[in-house]
Write a protein that binds this ligand. Sequence first.
Ligand code: ZN
Ligand code: ZN
Length: 189
Amino acid sequence: MDYYLRLAGAENSAFGTIVAADERASLPHARPTDKIITPHSAVLFDWGACCQSYCSDLTRVVFLGKIPPLLKKLYRIVAEAQQRAIDLIKPGLPIGRLDKTARAFIQKKGYGKYFGHGLGHGIGRQGHEAPRLKGNKNKLQPGMVMTIEPGIYLPGQGGIRIEDMVLVTETGCELLTASVPKKLEEMVL
Ligand code: ZN
Ligand code: ZN
C-alpha cells in the first residue's frame, strides 16, 4: 500500500500503515505481525498519504470470500453510526455532538463498551490535530477537516472500523474519501 501511495504521488505515508486480520483487527492500533491471512480472513486497512505536506487517513475492512455473520452485523452497525454522524455535520453544531450521536447508536445496539476511542480527530499538516471530536463543546466551522471513524472491537474475535475524511462546508460537509468503496457488498474480495 505504501508503494502505491508513492506511485500515486505521495511524499510519504502519513503514519505506519495498519493491516490487521481477524482477531488482530480488535486492536485499534495493531502492528504488523507474522500472522497468516487465510482464504476467509477479514482484513482491516488503516492508511494515509502525506502529499504536499497534508495528511490523509482512512480505514476499510475487506472480507475474503465471505463475510462472517457477526462481522456483517458489526459492519452494518458501524456504518450506520458513521452515517448518522456525517448527516449532522454543518457549521454551528457543537463538535462533541457527532461523537455522542454515533456512540449512542452503538450503545443502543449493545456494543457501547467495545467502542473504546473517540469518533475522530482533526487532520491536516499532522495526522492527528485539533479538533478532537469527543466531548468538544466548540462548534463546527467551514474549512475544518476531520475523520469520522467509529469502530467496534471484540477482543480475540475481530474488529470493524470505518473511517472517512470530511471537509466542513458552508452548508454541510464534503466527503473527501467518497471514491473509496464502503458498501458492505463491495467489501468482499
Ligand atoms: Zn486511520
Ligand atoms: Zn484516524
